[in-house]
Design a protein around this ligand. Structure first.
Ligand code: PLP
Length: 423
């Protein structure tokens, strides 16, 4: 019997004993192709020698020193690298241990910014109906995954919610993409006005939606319109790039393809590529300057923040991505994979849509292509797909979210950037 509270309490998962390249091996010797990078985490595949070497070297020098007492070279170098590679004045970095922690950090940093601006009445985040920002209570509150939220709803702060940008399901027949986008922006403006712009801290969204809808890119101009509204009404724009960032979509940050600069960026997953638990928030100059000129400190902190080994691993990951031009590989492989998927499943009666950016790819599953009706029940569909794939030695990530009761079941593919075309 396992003493771990596993994700499935009836059936513990196989025991992973080895992992290398794009393959994970379990204790029975069975090999699995990691076509989802876990959950879009393992961007360099497994056991990358340079990342392992960087971790070993860091462990030998200094495995841990608390950030209330010390900083460390690895964290400083990682922050400098992230700041140098980020567009605009996203020059400041707060290092934590994962995506949810990073999202909590961004929410609190945004709130403290307005406090120190002398606007303590700003207490509202506007978020979207279909999104996932993490499993901790603050992140769940701004998230829109109804299945994950439901049991904890009484514990969650209520936030105004607008429609996601989800063209496949939400654009009506006869509506152009431009009209659909304009309608979404009008809806956001109404939500800002309804809350009172002077009460709103900011708008929170995933640049490319990951696990709730399955690699859904925004429509052209959507985020430029969002940025304009945020500027017009004085809101901060907080983009969650935990899944879509760090090269997954073919640029280091997914928002680079949208022509906008957010005020805060939330990172996780691909930052450390699974080698260590690490997440981060990138903040623009004016946010940190306000705190520096005010109280002089961000009122936050975690025991494992800025962890030297995690920072060393993430720095090595970022160095390899840059040196090996893996962003270029993501674009080429992503296009090839989408083409192959369209050839294989483009006419499949139960595949409604094949979409994504770079190596973040979603296949939306439907019972009926015309009505886009989903299969029932949702959890059984996801479990069955995963089980069948694992039985065939393949890791894919079946997921689904709900908007107003309408589902978006999908299989997410997010292979390592190092995968060859043949693999
Ligand atoms: N934000 C997004 C977009 C995510 O996909 C996830 C995880 O799937 C999170 C936040 C939460 O990250 P973590 O699981 O590392 O806490």
């Amino acid at each position: 019997m396992s003493h771990i509270i596993h994700r499935n309490l009836h059936q513990p998962p196989p025991v992973a004993v080895r992992a290398s390249g794009i393959t994970v091996t379990d204790s029975s010797g069975r090999e699995y192709i990691d076509a989802s990078g876990g959950a879009a985490v393992s961007s360099l595949g497994h056991a990358h020698p340079e990342v392992l070497a960087a971790m070993h070297a860091q462990i030998d020098r200094n495995a841990y020193a608390h950030t209330a007492f010390f900083t460390c070279e690895a964290a400083e170098q990682l922050a400098a690298r992230l700041a140098a590679d980020a567009p605009g004045d996203l020059d400041h970095v707060y290092l934590v241990s994962g995506g949810s922690e990073a999202m909590e950090t961004a929410l609190k940093l945004a709130r403290q910014y307005w406090l120190e601006e002398g606007q303590p009445q700003r207490s509202v985040f506007i978020a979207r109906r279909q999104s996932y920002h993490g499993n901790t209570l603050g992140a769940l509150a701004v998230g829109g995954n109804e299945w994950r939220r439901a049991p904890f709803a009484p514990l969650l702060v209520d936030v105004p919610r607008v429609s996601p940008c989800y063209e496949y399901r939400e654009r009506t027949d006869g509506q152009s993409t431009a009209d659909y986008t304009a309608a979404l922006l009008r809806e956001l403006e109404h939500a800002i006005l309804a809350a009172g712009p002077e009460n709103v801290i900011g708008f929170v969204a995933e640049t490319v939606v990951g696990a709730t809808a399955g690699a859904v890119p925004p429509t052209p101009g959507y985020f430029r319109g969002v940025r304009k509204l945020c500027d017009q009404y004085g809101l901060l724009l907080i983009l969650d790039e935990v899944m879509c960032g760090m090269g997954r979509c073919g640029t280091l940050y997914a928002f680079e393809q949208e022509g906008v600069l957010p005020d805060l960026v939330v990172l996780g997953k691909g930052l450390g590529a699974g080698y260590q638990p690490i997440g981060a928030v990138l903040a623009r100059q004016h946010i940190v300057q306000r705190l520096r000129d005010g109280s002089g400190a961000f009122q936050h902190g975690h025991t494992y923040m800025g962890h030297p080994v995690a920072a060393a691993a993430a720095l090595a990951v970022q160095n390899v991505i840059r040196r090996d031009n893996l962003l270029g590989a993501v674009i080429v492989r992503g296009a090839a994979l989408r083409r192959m998927l369209r050839d294989a499943f483009g006419e499949h009666p139960h595949v409604g849509d094949i979409r994504g950016r770079g190596l973040l790819i979603g296949l939306e599953l439907v019972k009926d292509r015309d009505s886009k009706a989903p299969f029932d029940p949702m959890r059984r569909l996801h479990a069955a797909i995963k089980e069948e794939a694992m039985a065939r030695g393949l890791m894919v990530y079946p997921m689904g979210g709900t908007i107003d009761g309408r589902r978006g079941d999908h299989v997410l593919l997010a292979p390592p950037f190092i995968a060859s075309e043949a693999q």
